[in-house]
Design a protein around this ligand. Structure first.
Ligand code: 5GP
Length: 145
């Protein structure tokens, strides 16, 4: 069952944490990593993950690690709202495939929402690398200001 089971250390986010797969990084400290979603539901869709715990979902994670993730989620949600000026911002997290989870390393979605755009759980298209690079540079300027 996707809600339960063993943590797979080969999942894509574990590879990103180990530096074995690339990402458009926005923020990193000892415990938390944040990067752009490459199949974004909207412009600015960001993922925030714990680095040091092998947690598949919110049921597995210890509360200290979760609190560190949420502190970064709030900080980056503020950055995204200031920089991109969406009409709303969604913070979401899925547990188990029937709930929409596709990558089994705990992650929080921060999805800026713009007026008139359809609400979807997943996007069908991978974003252009040039768009992600440009967005990353824009957000890093704001994060590091
Ligand atoms: P879930 O559906 O599990 O809540 O979210 C997984 C998210 O990871 C999806 O929004 C999906 O677009 C994103 N994703 C899948 N593979 C990659 C990848 O290789 N790099 C990045 N940055 N995001 C990914």
């Amino acid at each position: 069952m996707s809600l339960h089971g063993d943590y797979d250390p080969q999942n894509i986010f574990a590879q990103i944490i180990r530096g074995q797969a690339p990402c458009y990084k926005l923020y990193e400290d000892e415990d938390v990593l944040a990067f752009l979603d490459v199949f974004p539901q909207s412009y600015g869709h960001t993922l925030v993950i714990p680095k040091r715990v092998a947690a598949r979902n919110i049921l597995d994670v210890d509360s200290d690690s979760l609190a560190k993730v949420m502190t970064v989620v709030q900080r980056l949600a503020r950055v995204l709202v200031e920089e991109l000026e969406p009409a709303g911002v969604q913070v979401a997290q899925f547990n188990g495939a029937p709930a929409g989870q596709t990558v089994f390393h705990l992650h929080m979605h921060i999805v800026p929402r713009y007026a008139g755009e359809k609400l979807e759980l997943h996007a069908s298209a991978r974003a252009e690398a040039s768009l992600l690079e440009q967005l990353q540079a824009r957000l890093l300027r704001r994060i590091n200001a």
